[in-house]
Design a protein around this ligand. Structure first.
Ligand SMILES: C[S@@+](CC[C@H](N)C(=O)[O-])C[C@H]1O[C@@H](n2cnc3c(N)ncnc32)[C@H](O)[C@@H]1O
Length: 358
């Protein structure tokens, strides 16, 4: 047993002041670990399903999933901090790992070379408080690049919080949405740290917090590009972190319903796309059930129930272009999957690009 000092706030209503009160609590040091840790349940589930799905590839992917995540630094083109890229390259030995050839200055990502597991320093603010780069799994930029956003195009980011992909999207007129109020607040904080105040004031971005399944789009309101970056089993997080783990026993039903929610959100995304426009569906899971099966189910429901024809776009050329940096799964029935690998520990990220034909 040990005694800890705990500080409490106390608001004195009559005087309107805040006082600090120091109290001594006796806290039990004995930690009672859960009988079934969610991370173990996740790994058991993955071993059962992914050893069948990925066969000989699974043991090495498993090792990578249990090792530290590798990050990339998305250069913030809104920051006026000088020499962000040079500093990253010179002092951190990072190099540019992906950039858009059409809009090079818009999308630029630095990451450490293969096998280098160094960490980036936290980004520093420029004179207006805007941060120079955003750290994220470098592979999670690929679904946005596959969406091929161009100036003047309207974009909907259907499940946007905490906002990593929104930042990549943001040189266009964008609408971003997330169901969760608290996560939408987090999205707002991300945008405030990375975008100039004038950009937010000019209403170039609309932030909404509604259920993505209830968008009820009309033709006039539809978008050129829609990103459906879906809630999923977030495999790497689930294998490593107890907190907010979807494999907790208390969340079994929620987890089992994920493929249904994912199909409904993708269908909603397809409905929100204008004729000829594109949708990119993405997850951070290896699961066939949440990836290819959801895409195939949504395509057939769109045809049968909504009379909307959707075509899968070939992303093999795209995977080829980034194969120096990322490890892609051998050919899938639809879409591309980035596999975690010890020398380039990004992903898992699944993405599939669709085109609405009518
Ligand atoms: C994988 S996260 C999105 C990550 C984000 N795109 C990024 O890059 O930072 C999935 C998000 O979907 C949101 N979500 C879950 N159910 C939803 C629904 N029915 N409609 C809209 N968003 C939903 C969750 O709150 C969560 O923030």
């Amino acid at each position: 047993m040990a005694a800890y000092v705990c500080t409490r706030f106390c608001i004195n209503k009559s005087k309107g002041s805040i006082r600090f009160i120091q109290r001594r609590y006796r806290v039990q040091t004995k930690w009672v670990s859960p009988k079934f840790p969610a991370t173990e349940l996740a790994l058991h589930n993955f071993d059962t399903s992914y050893s069948k799905q990925l066969r000989g590839l699974w043991p090495s992917i498993r090792v990578a999933m249990l090792c530290e995540q590798k990050y990339g630094a998305l250069i913030n083109s809104f920051s006026s901090a000088p020499n962000v890229i040079t500093e990253l390259e010179r002092f951190n030995r990072a190099r540019t790992c992906c950039s858009s050839t059409q809009y090079k200055s818009q999308y630029q990502m630095s990451c450490f070379p293969k096998g280098d597991i160094s960490r980036f320093k936290p980004a520093r603010p420029d004179s207006s408080g805007i941060l120079g780069y955003y750290l994220l799994d470098a592979a999670s930029v690929l679904p946005v690049l596959a969406l091929d956003v161009q100036p003047g195009r309207t974009v909907l980011d259907l499940c946007a919080a905490p906002g990593g992909k929104t930042l990549v999207l943001l040189q266009t007129h964008s609408v971003t949405n997330d169901l969760s109020g608290s996560r939408t607040m987090r999205l707002c904080r991300t945008l405030q740290s990375y975008l100039p105040k004038e950009f937010l004031d000019e209403n170039k971005i609309h932030i909404t917090s509604t259920d993505g399944r209830q968008l009820r789009m009309t033709e006039e309101k539809s978008f050129d590009r829609v990103l459906v970056d879906i809630p999923c089993t977030t495999d790497k997080h689930s294998a490593m972190v107890e907190e907010n783990n979807v494999f907790k026993r208390s969340r079994t039903k929620e987890r089992q319903k994920l493929p249904l929610l994912q199909t409904q959100l993708l269908l909603s995304g397809i409905q929100a796309t204008r004729q000829g426009g594109n949708v990119v569906y993405s997850t951070c899971s290896l699961s066939q059930l949440q990836n290819e099966c959801v895409v195939q189910q949504a395509i057939s429901l769109a045809q049968q129930e909504l009379g909307i024809t959707v075509q899968v776009q070939d992303l093999r050329w795209f995977a080829q272009r980034f194969s120096d940096t990322f490890h892609f799964a051998p050919q899938l029935s639809v879409g591309e999957l980035i596999l975690p690998h010890l020398r380039a520990n990004f992903g898992p990220i699944y993405m599939c690009k669709l085109q609405r034909m009518n």
